[in-house]
Ligand binder design. Structure first.
Ligand SMILES: [Zn+2]
Ligand SMILES: [Zn+2]
Length: 74
């Protein structure tokens, strides 16, 4: 039996153990480092907010931002 479906590489996040795939990052500017795979959340958590010294929780535009400086959810 041959599977013609496109094979997708999966990685295991070294931070939380979550499974990560390339397609999870299609819509955002983030690349998986195969030697040091981190899911989106864990890679963002390694960054510092652009506007203060808190840990970043998300990406806003091209900046890493914390909850205080992120976009309003409304
Ligand atoms: Zn993770
Ligand atoms: Zn901040």
């Amino acid at each position: 039996m041959q599977d013609d479906e496109e094979f997708e590489v999966t990685y295991e996040c070294i931070g939380c153990g979550d499974e990560i795939t390339e397609s999870m990052y299609e819509h955002i500017d983030h690349e998986i480092n195969p030697d040091n795979p981190l899911c989106y959340k864990c890679s963002v958590a390694q960054q510092t907010c652009e506007f203060c010294d808190k840990q970043a929780t998300r990406v806003y535009g091209e900046n890493y931002v914390c909850d205080d400086h992120g976009p309003d959810p409304d």
